[in-house]
Design a protein around this ligand. Structure first.
Ligand code: ATP
Length: 258
């Protein structure tokens, strides 16, 4: 049974729209360091994809690049056949909790309202509709009672839910989550796992950087195994194999140069 009424939050899903994320021949480097090499994959919406790889494998770089936060790239990333810059409002990036400035005095309500900014139009006027969407997003994540709370007053699990509420208020189709389970206790992990699955069943596409290998088959229907290059990509039941794991976690040259 659904614990979060996310289906109340519509996101346009016209049957003729080509809801596919295509990453083609992506190379990303930081100065002379090669972080991603020739990464290509393609996936439609309605999936929860685990990005699996050792420290430094390029997982965060990949989702930051899809979020449009990395400019030093060659290759292409498109959604619905459009370059990401054209469809930015449809992509929500949820950073690692320790990358958020937790002392910034933002409230949960303020964070979720930020999700509406891409929809406000040239004059930036806030409408009754924006209030409604924000209220629905908070309600869907059971965060209404936290609306006035500062982010630094939340637990890790509540902070993840606040971030997801922001993504829902944005009406994002693609959610990019960097290690959302890190630091959560078991009940919060279970609750978040259910929520991510529900979002995928509801037609969103989720790409999730993840460390805990034990939980992978339960959490993700698809995996992308990364070692700066794609080692394997496909349904978890077919691809998450001991051989692919060995290749994904094999020793590699430290910080190979471009
Ligand atoms: P982790 O699991 O430790 O978070 P990751 O798989 O997310 O690792 P990335 O953070 O994407 O890996 O890093 C890939 C490589 O790029 C690493 O070698 C890292 O040192 C390098 N790197 C990442 N960000 C930067 C940056 N801003 N400047 C320079 N090098 C960077």
């Amino acid at each position: 049974m659904s614990r979060f009424p996310i289906t109340r939050l519509g996101h346009s899903h016209s049957p003729e729209a080509d809801h596919r994320l295509r990453v083609e021949n992506l190379h990303v480097h930081y100065g002379a360091i090669c972080a991603l090499k020739d990464v290509s994959f393609e996936i439609g919406c309605g999936h929860c994809v685990g990005l699996i790889g050792q420290n430094g494998a390029g997982k965060s770089t990949l989702i930051k690049t899809i979020a449009g936060l990395n400019r030093k790239l060659t290759g292409s990333v498109t959604w619905r056949g459009e370059a990401l810059a054209q469809v930015k409002a449809e992509v929500a990036y949820l950073p690692q909790i320790d990358e958020m400035d937790s002392f910034f005095p933002l409230t949960v309500g303020g964070l979720v309202e930020m999700g509406r900014y891409p929809h406000l139009g040239a004059r930036g006027r806030w409408r009754a509709l924006d209030d409604e969407v924000v209220a629905a997003a908070l309600s869907a994540l059971k965060m209404e009672e936290f609306r006035g709370r500062r982010l630094y007053q939340l637990s890790g699990g509540q902070l993840q839910r606040a971030q997801i509420a922001r993504a829902l208020a944005q009406e994002a189709h693609i959610l990019l989550l960097d290690e959302p389970f890190a630091g959560l206790d078991e009940p919060s992990q279970r609750l978040l796992g259910d929520l991510l699955r529900e979002l995928a069943e509801n037609g969103r596409l989720l790409l999730v950087c993840h460390h805990d290998l034990k939980a992978v088959p339960e959490l993700f229907d698809t995996v992308l195994m990364l070692n700066r290059q794609v080692v394997a990509f496909g349904p978890t039941s077919e691809v998450f194999t001991p051989d692919n794991l060995a290749n994904t976690f094999s020793a590699r040259e430290e910080d190979p140069h471009v």
